[in-house]
Design a protein around this ligand. Structure first.
Ligand code: SF4
Length: 603
């Protein structure tokens, strides 16, 4: 393939069986770059207001970025955009492995899947050829087996994205697993596949080559030396995300027993040392010198080492202090096709209800066996597992509204593994995240509890949140991994070299802000506004008794002030609606007109 873009998408309609290759408007590539930006633009244009996320009208956009498949460091990840059945918002997620590069080498910048099949199918893409194949023999199988079988059927190197029983049974906390180790984790992506009777995708390119201008090699060498292989990023190579466990525990933000505490006595049993002492091998995404993923030896055999988010939400949050038991639980969750963040927080919610005598279950803190049984029941919607199968918001509807105070979510999405009472900016970051509570859009804790800013104030956090959200919007459009702290200058060097033209930092900044505003416009069109941008009650009213964050709560008046400030900096009104002037400034006037035609009143 020549150049950073093929300029084409592959579009597959599962209702009609029609498969076609179509050109991407050149202007969209200039304005949205790729990945998140381009996926959101297609979502905004093609998925109308009020679309049922589990209906045939919802679409799946699997997008690459201009650097995907190149030798650019940490650029091998891939983006999936859809409307979330979990939150009703936009949903973009990123998975490593090889699916993005394979798609690119086959000659496509993206894959659009629409409609709904009558019977189980999977999509097979080999070079330019694609077909929809029967998946009756795979339906009902778990993730690892499905992925292996699909690869075997193709008979050569291939990459897969598949769902397990949780996705088939339309669990709103199910995910799509890539190459059995990576996930499009959040937002119920597995249920979107399941609703289309799509068991998975397998992609294989016979030639893995991308020809870029000569200067691209020099640009790669430069950023590798000056920005990637530096002390700031080496944690990814030496430890990976489990290094955060001890940092979070020290800061009092490690979720413990359904976020009732932020300090866990058993943290040393599930931290990075517990993993490193059992290391069996490392796993890397395409063209990544970090290889941050790990496999560990356990008494249950070789297992995937849990990432920090799994450790925080399914480990300390469930009182589990043994890394081998936790890895086994994580592997079960992966094999059934669950998002481990939502799963862990849903299990901790149910355990607290059990402890308080509100419901009767066998769940008990520290008891990995009781959790394993419940996870199976959730995947197949059996017994009490049926009440929990869609996460905490749905569970509250099924169990009783008096339980809502124990349900930790924002916009329906369970809270990730940083308790904001030890790093207040995370409350604003979670609440203003466009896909519901998300730690990645603005990881303010790096500057707060893990950095130099005062973590116990919201002063200055509105600006920080906006800056990080915009930056990640463009970073995820190029699709650069979160674990490289790439600067705007780094991104400009790589993209400029790939396109063989000058790319300015100002251009990238504007793209990032445009993309964030487009996702807000989508959500506003769906009825979201200020009322949805608040942290859950527990963070406002209950404090921890132990650790660095003991006694702290988010003050609601200060939060309101920070939210006002955030909207003001964004150029939105007090209700969180983007103004026409801001949208015009960002070249979004056509999108604004479309929103108005669909009944949105823009200030
Ligand atoms: S740092 Fe880890 S997640 Fe990121 S690209 Fe490399 S192997 Fe993949």
């Amino acid at each position: 393939m020549v150049g950073p873009y093929s300029g084409y998408l592959l579009r597959i309609d599962l209702s009609t069986g029609r498969i076609r290759r179509e050109e991407i408007p050149k202007r969209w590539l200039d304005l949205y770059v790729g990945g998140r930006g381009l996926g959101l633009k297609y979502l905004y244009e093609e998925v109308p207001k009020g679309t049922d996320p589990l209906g045939p009208e919802n679409k799946i956009f699997i997008m690459t970025g201009p650097l995907t498949g190149s030798l650019g460091p940490l650029t091998g990840r891939c983006c999936m955009v859809t409307k979330s059945p979990k939150t009703g918002t936009v949903n973009d997620g990123y998975a490593g492995g090889h699916i993005g590069p394979e798609l690119k080498y086959c000659g496509y910048d993206g894959l659009v899947i629409e409609g709904r099949s009558e019977k189980p199918v999977y999509i097979r893409i080999m070079d330019k050829e694609a077909e929809i194949r029967d998946a009756s023999h795979l339906w009902g199988k778990r993730v690892y087996e499905t992925s292996e079988e699909m690869k075997k059927e193709i008979g050569r190197h291939a990459s897969t994205a598949v769902i397990g029983p949780a996705g088939e049974n339309l669990s709103l906390i199910s995910c799509v697993a890539v190459d059995s180790h990576f996930v499009f984790g959040r937002g119920g992506t597995g249920a979107v596949f399941g609703s289309k009777k799509l068991k998975g995708i397998v992609i294989s390119a016979s030639e893995r080559k991308m020809e870029l201008p000569e200067r691209f090699n020099d640009a790669v060498k430069k950023v590798l030396k000056e920005s990637v292989m530096t002390e700031a990023n080496m944690w990814a190579k030496t430890d990976g995300t489990p290094i955060i466990v001890d940092m979070s525990n020290a800061a009092g933000v490690l979720p413990t027993m359904n976020f009732r505490e932020g300090y866990f006595e058993g943290a040393s049993g599930i931290n990075t040392d517990a993993i490193k002492s059992r290391l069996s091998r490392r796993v890397a995404c395409h063209s990544c010198p970090m290889a941050c993923k790990k496999k560990i030896k356990t008494r249950y055999g070789e297992l995937k080492a849990p990432e920090y988010e799994t450790i925080g939400t399914m480990g300390s949050n469930l009182g589990i202090s043994n890394i081998e038991d936790l890895a086994k639980l994580g592997a079960l969750a992966d094999d059934l096709g669950f998002d481990t963040i939502s799963l862990g927080v849903t299990l901790s919610f149910a355990t607290e209800l059990t402890e308080r005598g509100i419901v009767k279950t066998d769940l008990s803190w520290e008891d990995a066996e009781s959790y394993a049984k419940m996870i199976e029941d959730m995947a197949f919607r059996r017994g009490f597992g049926a009440k929990l199968a869609d996460g905490v918001r749905k569970a509250v509807e099924r169990i009783g509204s008096e339980t809502s105070r124990y349900a930790l979510h924002i916009k329906g999405s369970e809270i990730p593994a940083y308790d904001p009472r030890g790093s207040f900016g995370m409350a604003l970051a979670y609440a203003t995240a466009d896909r519901g509570a998300c730690h990645l859009r603005a990881w303010t804790i790096a500057d707060e509890a893990f950095g130099k800013m005062n973590p116990y104030t919201l002063d200055g956090k509105a600006e920080l949140t906006k800056e990080l959200q915009d930056k990640n919007s463009i970073k995820w459009s190029l699709i650069i991994c979160d674990f490289w702290l790439a600067s705007y200058e780094d991104m400009a060097i790589l993209l400029g070299a790939a396109l063989d033209k000058e790319i300015s930092v100002e251009y990238l900044r504007k793209c990032g802000e445009r993309i964030w505003n487009l996702s807000r416009l989508f959500n506003v069109r769906e009825g979201f506004s200020r009322k949805d941008d608040y942290p859950p009650e527990r963070f406002l009213k209950e404090s921890h008794t132990k650790g660095a964050s003991a006694g702290k709560v988010i003050n609601i008046e200060e939060y309101e002030k920070a939210l006002d400030e955030y909207y003001r900096i964004r150029g939105w009104d007090r209700n969180g609606i983007p103004t026409k002037a801001k949208l015009m400034e960002l070249d979004l006037s056509e999108e604004a007109e479309k929103a108005e035609r669909e009944g949105v009143s823009l200030p």
